[in-house]
Ligand binder design. Structure first.
Ligand SMILES: Cc1cc2nc3c(=O)[nH]c(=O)nc-3n(C[C@H](O)[C@H](O)[C@H](O)COP(=O)(O)OP(=O)(O)OC[C@H]3O[C@@H](n4cnc5c(N)ncnc54)[C@H](O)[C@@H]3O)c2cc1C
Length: 450
């Protein structure tokens, strides 16, 4: 169930192992799930995932094999750091705070093996940053500027972790995410769906059913397998079902009968799933010279126009790989749902007003197009990617059950896969792919034993 990275990864693994008797049921009109590439000015632009994180993973190797990787890598949060009263923060100060936040987050990674730990990453960051400030002999103005930079980092982390706020991130599990070889962001020169297409080319087309939303999963003993009912009235009977829908979808999935085992359901309930948004401003000309981006700091007494509060959750605007006339703004936390509820014109107008206010020395034209994402509103995704909440710290949170198959009379009938099921590469495309491959291999082991 699902033709995203995990579903395709599972299908490829089954094929590789000689098991061809499967179908992929996908609710949407196209494959890829949270990967979607469109074309702007004849070049690819990614609406969903856009970078490969690290070299040492199967998707990186697949991209190299098919010559899909660009030599250019990306970094985020670069360029001018500027406040809404026009004050530009000097590089040294920006780097000083960046270093301090990095140090605090590194320290937070050590809690993964400890019994005693703070509740959330947000609590820990605030406590440690205030300790750092108290140990400095700064003027009030400088202290205030450091706090404003710290606030930028908090907004950045909220987006990076796709959570509602930093208190929703478990400090204990902060170190459980394994960052591969380096922190570089690798770009795909033809867009992310070039990887999806390479995978789909190795699968028989007739096995992928699009527009086929699964609405009921019945796996009681009386079905002698799994009965899968779809919204287009098709019914599939299968021995095993790999579910790769997002945790956001699973949290609200209407009919699974019998209900999933309590611990597995608890794990799904406890796992965090929230959203982020991208806003692409497409201009006729590149008006920002050599700047790589503009990062926004807000004075704490700023008041926002009604209906524009969401803009506070945008970290700033960055250049976009392979799109010389496009800027991207990332929005997180409470701002995402609000942004999704507006029209693209409204979103674009607010962004342009804010850019003009922050950057009075630039002549900023109206964009000729605005594209923003709506992953929260997508009923088959309902957010962006998972994060680990403080509820997951409880040893009875079910966390260790996520990848365990659900057995009926000794037969694994249901098994979850997807980004949220990977114990150390959750939230990523390669985590989703690896999880699909691993879960398919688990099933296959069972099938050949039978
Ligand atoms: C804006 C954004 C930016 C991101 N950036 C990056 C990045 O730069 N790098 C990175 O590594 N990751 C990134 N990610 C995360 C990455 O996209 C996901 O982790 C990954 O694609 C998830 O794959 P998946 O197969 O687990 O789930 P999905 O891609 O969600 O696939 C599940 C599929 O199941 C289908 N489905 C759902 N319900 C049903 C149903 N009832 N019946 C049938 N089908 C159903 C869905 O339509 C979907 O196609 C980003 C995500 C977003 C949203």
């Amino acid at each position: 169930m699902g033709a995203g990275m995990a579903g395709l990864g599972a299908a490829l693994k089954l094929t590789e192992l000689g098991c061809k008797d499967f179908v992929i049921l996908e609710a949407q009109e196209e494959i890829g799930g949270r990967i979607k590439t469109i074309t702007v000015d004849g070049r690819p632009l990614d609406i969903g995932a856009q970078w490969l994180h690290g070299k040492d993973n199967p998707l990186y190797h697949l991209a190299v094999k098919h010559d899909l990787l660009s030599e250019k890598m990306s970094e985020e949060g670069l360029g001018m750091f500027i406040r809404n009263d026009g004050v530009m923060f000097d590089d040294f100060l920006v780097k000083r705070v960046d270093f301090e936040v990095g140090r605090i987050l590194e320290e937070c990674q050590t809690f993964v093996d400890k019994i005693e730990h703070p509740v959330s990453v947000g609590d820990f960051m605030e406590q440690k940053f205030l300790e750092y400030l108290d140990a400095c002999d700064d003027t009030n103005d400088l202290r205030q500027m450091k706090l404003e930079l710290f606030d930028w980092h908090m907004r950045f982390q909220v987006i990076d972790n796709s959570c509602q706020n930093m208190r929703r991130l478990s400090a204990k599990y902060w170190g459980s995410y394994v960052c591969l070889d380096d922190t570089a962001h690798y770009n795909l020169k033809y867009g992310y769906d070039s990887l999806i297409n390479v995978m789909a080319d190795s699968l028989p087309k007739e096995r992928i059913h699009l527009d086929c939303e699964v609405t009921e999963i019945l796996y009681g003993e009386e079905h002698n397998g799994v009965k899968v009912i779809c919204s287009n009235n098709q019914i599939f009977y299968c021995d095993h079902l790999i579910i790769t829908a997002s945790i956001g979808v699973l949290k609200e999935f209407a009919i699974i009968d019998p209900p999933l085992p309590t611990l597995l359901q608890t794990a799904i309930d406890n796992m965090g799933f929230y959203g982020i948004g991208k806003i692409y401003l497409i201009f006729d000309e590149k008006w920002w010279g050599n700047w790589k981006g503009f990062q926004f700091m807000w004075k704490s007494d700023t008041s926002y126009e009604e209906g524009e509060e969401w803009i506070r959750h945008v970290t700033g605007f960055d250049e976009v790989f392979n799109q010389p006339k496009v800027l991207i703004g990332w929005v997180g936390g409470e701002g995402v749902k609000e942004m999704e509820s507006l029209t693209e014109d409204e979103v674009g107008n607010t962004c342009i007003n804010v850019l003009r206010n922050f950057l009075p020395d630039f002549e900023i034209p109206q964009p000729n197009n605005v594209i923003r994402t709506k992953w929260f509103s997508n009923p088959w995704v309902k957010g962006s990617y998972c994060h680990i909440t403080p509820e997951c710290d409880d040893p009875h949170s079910g966390m260790d059950k996520m990848s365990e198959p659900v057995f009926v009379r000794g037969v694994p009938r249901i098994i979850l896969a997807g980004e949220a099921v990977h114990p150390s590469h959750y939230s990523t495309t390669h985590g989703a792919f690896e999880s699909g491959q691993e879960q398919a291999a688990v099933l296959h082991k069972y099938i050949i034993r039978e």
